[in-house]
Design a protein around this ligand. Structure first.
Ligand code: IMP
Ligand code: MG
Length: 181
């Protein structure tokens, strides 16, 4: 089992095991299956980072639903650029729908805030958020993460869909950056 990952000059150490992730996803999925049963939710998966979480979570969803994808990017390396670039021309499908945004991680909350506003502008009936990870100390917007996998500290993480400059998305566990001492 690999415990330390090296990419460029950075080292990452294991934070959350794949087995623990799988168990937690079952819990979130069953919360959603219960709470959203009457809502025919439209899951809006935020690419690229959420692709692994979405694949695991949505295969545990047993209620009526639709799934759509949107591209968003706000990170460069280990830092947020503060600007969310979106590929969102066709988001009119959210009209009258109960949208659940599926994110890999809520950090500053900037991306979710932009998507929330976009869904509201396009007349979604309701907007909720399911995020695999959340960094509560970093959230700078008045947003609620309705379904959350794990709350973590402010360190940069990768694996399970999350990347460092497009690397590490394929790792089955979550790794956190090893701070320089
Ligand atoms: P926010 O807009 O600041 O909330 O950042 C959200 C996006 O930045 C996420 O969807 C991720 O794609 C990326 N991101 C934030 N924190 C991390 C991290 O620790 N590792 C990898 N990507 C991250
Ligand atoms: Mg993302």
């Amino acid at each position: 089992m690999i415990d330390v990952i090296k990419i460029d000059e950075l080292e990452f150490v294991k934070l959350i095991e794949a087995e623990e992730i799988a168990k937690r996803i079952q819990v979130i999925a069953s919360q959603i299956n219960t709470a959203e049963a009457e809502n025919n939710p439209l899951f809006l998966v935020v690419l690229n980072g959420a692709f692994v979480f979405a694949a695991d979570l949505l295969r545990e969803i047993t209620i009526d639903c639709d799934i759509k994808f949107i591209d968003a990017k706000s990170y460069d390396g280990v830092k947020s650029t503060g600007v969310v670039s979106l590929n969102a021309e066709k988001i009119t499908f959210v009209k009258d729908r109960n949208v659940i945004i599926v994110e890999d991680i809520v950090d500053s909350g900037n991306t979710v805030n932009v998507l929330n506003n976009l869904c509201s502008q396009h007349k979604a009936n309701s907007v909720k958020v399911a995020s695999f990870l959340s960094k509560p100390s970093e959230i700078q917007y008045d947003i609620t993460v309705d379904y959350v996998g794990f709350e973590i500290a402010k360190l940069f993480v990768l694996g399970y869909g999350l990347d460092y400059n497009e690397k590490g998305r394929n790792l089955p566990h979550i790794y956190q950056i090893r701070p320089f001492i």
